[in-house]
Design a protein around this ligand. Structure first.
Ligand code: NAP
Length: 268
């Protein structure tokens, strides 16, 4: 099985790569920082991957995404799974944001990055009867204060992949959407604050949220079963049902979770 993972240099993407290695996958690891990718590639080889290449790729640039897919084909001759995982977040109230360009950048990486990679991978996924995976977020299902641009980008992913799934019906290509809550990675330290710079200190008690190993293990299972979607926490699942009956209550819960940042039950 040949798997392309974007955002594989750290966090969920890197752990997913390590866990898929143990199952003997061939991996194409993509991100912008090549030294980090090289480290993850070594770990994957040690963990049992039957082939690993790294590709420097900024998913916000369509040509990079095209080169990524070409690289996978040249190295392994086929493509079975594309995991659209690369992403960036923010932590600022909309009215406090100094330069609204921040929202455009997040949209370009989280949403258009997934669109570009999927566009170039699809002919090859059709040939293999493959799978497209989108790593969204609970914020791709519900609104979250301080995450306007992020939540919009993840909702965009959800709408795009839900629509694409229908278009691909009968093609042999499946679409799997993943909706994690907070997972302990460096994403929040790098979150863009109101001044456009990384906030550097995570507002969340990272030791109390889902471990990256558990998140990646659930994604591996979803890939193996070609599941339609995975809402990762019980509280997330309950919130989606509750939202149908009492949307205002769910808004209040989201507000409270962010106000007392550090709540392990939050949505990113
Ligand atoms: N952690 C959470 O709480 C959480 C919750 C829900 C959903 N998610 C989603 O899960 C995915 C992975 O997040 P994470 O927590 O693992 O974050 P992370 O540790 O910050 O890793 C993000 C990855 O994305 C890559 N990336 C960022 N911008 C990129 C770009 N323009 N082009 C290519 N790669 C880029 C980074 O690599 P380079 O910097 O080397 O490019 C890195 O490998 C994201 O889509 C995120 O929204 C995370």
């Amino acid at each position: 099985m040949v798997v392309v993972i974007t955002g594989a240099s750290k966090g969920i993407g890197a752990e997913l790569a390590r866990q898929l290695s143990a199952k003997g996958a061939k991996l194409v690891l993509a991100a912008r920082h090549e030294p980090d990718l090289a480290t993850v590639a070594d770990e994957c080889r040690q963990a049992g991957a039957t082939g690993v290449i790294t590709v420097r790729c900024d998913v916000s640039v369509e040509h990079d995404c095209q080169t990524l897919v070409t690289g996978a084909l040249l190295a392994f001759g086929r493509l079975d799974v594309l995991v659209n995982n690369a992403g960036a977040t923010m932590w600022a109230r909309f009215e406090d944001i100094e330069d609204v360009e921040v929202l455009a950048r997040i949209m370009q990486v989280n949403y258009m990055g997934a669109v570009y990679c999927t566009r170039h991978a699809l002919p090859h996924l059709r040939a293999s009867g493959g799978l497209v995976v989108g790593i969204s977020s609970l914020a791709g299902k519900v609104g979250v204060p301080t995450r306007t641009g992020y939540s919009a980008s993840k909702h965009a992913m959800t709408g795009f992949f839900d629509s694409l799934r229908i278009e691909l019906g009968g093609s042999g290509v499946d679409v799997t959407m993943i909706f994690p809550g907070f997972v302990s990675t460096g994403i929040r330290e790098n979150a863009t604050g109101p001044d456009g710079k990384p906030i550097l200190v995570s507002p969340v008690k990272e030791g109390e949220v889902m471990k990256v190993e558990d998140c990646a293990a659930r994604i591996v299972k979803a890939i193996e079963r070609r599941e339609r979607e995975v809402v990762m926490t019980a509280r997330g699942k309950m919130g989606l049902w509750l939202r149908l009956l009492a949307p205002g209550l769910v808004d209040r819960i989201a507000r409270r979770a962010v106000e007392k940042a550090g709540s392990p039950q939050g949505q990113d």
